[in-house]
Ligand binder design. Structure first.
Ligand SMILES: C[S@@+](CC[C@H](N)C(=O)[O-])C[C@H]1O[C@@H](n2cnc3c(N)ncnc32)[C@H](O)[C@@H]1O
Ligand SMILES: Nc1nc2[nH]cc(C(=O)O)c2c(=O)[nH]1
Ligand code: SF4
Ligand SMILES: [Mg+2]
Length: 210
């Protein structure tokens, strides 16, 4: 297909730069322990220095893929689909999520909220980032807030972000992986003092699964 056509289809959300798709166990947050099919869409310019998927950032290194084939693959594996990235909201998530819902799949998103919310979602995990704050009303729509704790200031940032979410939103503090030995004791102490928060760990990394 000529480049212009591909760009048009990506613009409409009919094609997406697909980095990888895999069936695994959701490792983090509220749904941890639950089998789910992950769709990792390339492209992110948020720039977290500790990001554990920096290979996702450059969308041009991930092939534009028709959403019909993504949906057909997903359907074979699970009825719970987690869309992650990269930053999935870089792209129009409407067509992909409507297609998944039409086949009765549950749509979950992992997002920083740095771009406007598109798509239809059964579960929104908002993981806000200081360098590109959430936009629009995604904080009010989030089902879980998952703040990554890299240093002490992140507890202050976490409270600022918790002030933006709805009252039923579940609040998580998740240690940044490379500093987990240092930050876990501080997170444990914080959660015991401020029990509206819960601890989230990247359990898939302990289980050695994707
Ligand atoms: C790779 S991001 C992709 C989705 C989206 N860009 C976001 O940041 O929410 C998926 C999840 O992993 C978290 N994450 C990324 N790198 C991490 C790290 N080094 N330690 C702990 N969590 C991390 C993010 O905060 C996010 O909740
Ligand atoms: N097992 C597993 N659970 C996850 N939860 C969020 C992930 C992500 O990278 O978005 C992730 C991931 O990469 N693997
Ligand atoms: S927003 Fe998500 S994908 Fe982008 S750099 Fe941060 S953790 Fe990585
Ligand atoms: Mg991950």
């Amino acid at each position: 297909m000529v480049k212009e056509n591909v760009m048009e289809l990506v613009e409409k959300g009919a094609m997406l730069p697909l980095m990888e798709e895999f069936y695994t166990i959701q490792g983090e947050g509220y749904h941890k322990g639950t089998a789910a099919y992950f769709i990792r869409v390339g492209g992110c310019d948020v720039g977290c220095h500790w990001c554990d998927v920096k290979e996702s950032w450059n969308a041009e290194t991930h092939p534009p893929t028709h959403i019909d084939s993504i949906i057909a693959n997903a359907e074979k594996y699970s009825d719970t689909i987690v869309i992650t990235g990269g930053e999935p909201l870089t792209w129009d998530m409407g067509p992909l999520t409507h297609g998944l819902k039409a086949k009765n799949m549950k749509t979950h998103i992992e997002t920083s909220g740095a771009y406007p919310l598109t798509g239809v979602w059964d579960w929104i995990c908002l993981s806000p980032k200081k360098n590109k704050l959430p936009v629009g009303d995604i904080s009010k729509k989030a089902h879980e807030l998952k703040v990554i704790v890299y240093n002490k200031h992140d507890f202050i940032f976490a409270e600022e972000q918790a002030a933006q979410v709805g009252e039923n939103c579940i609040l998580y503090l998740q240690p940044e992986w490379s500093v987990r030995d240092k930050m876990v004791p501080q997170i444990v102490d914080y959660v015991m003092k401020h029990p509206k928060w819960k601890v989230s760990l990247q359990t898939h990394k302990y289980l050695n699964i994707p």
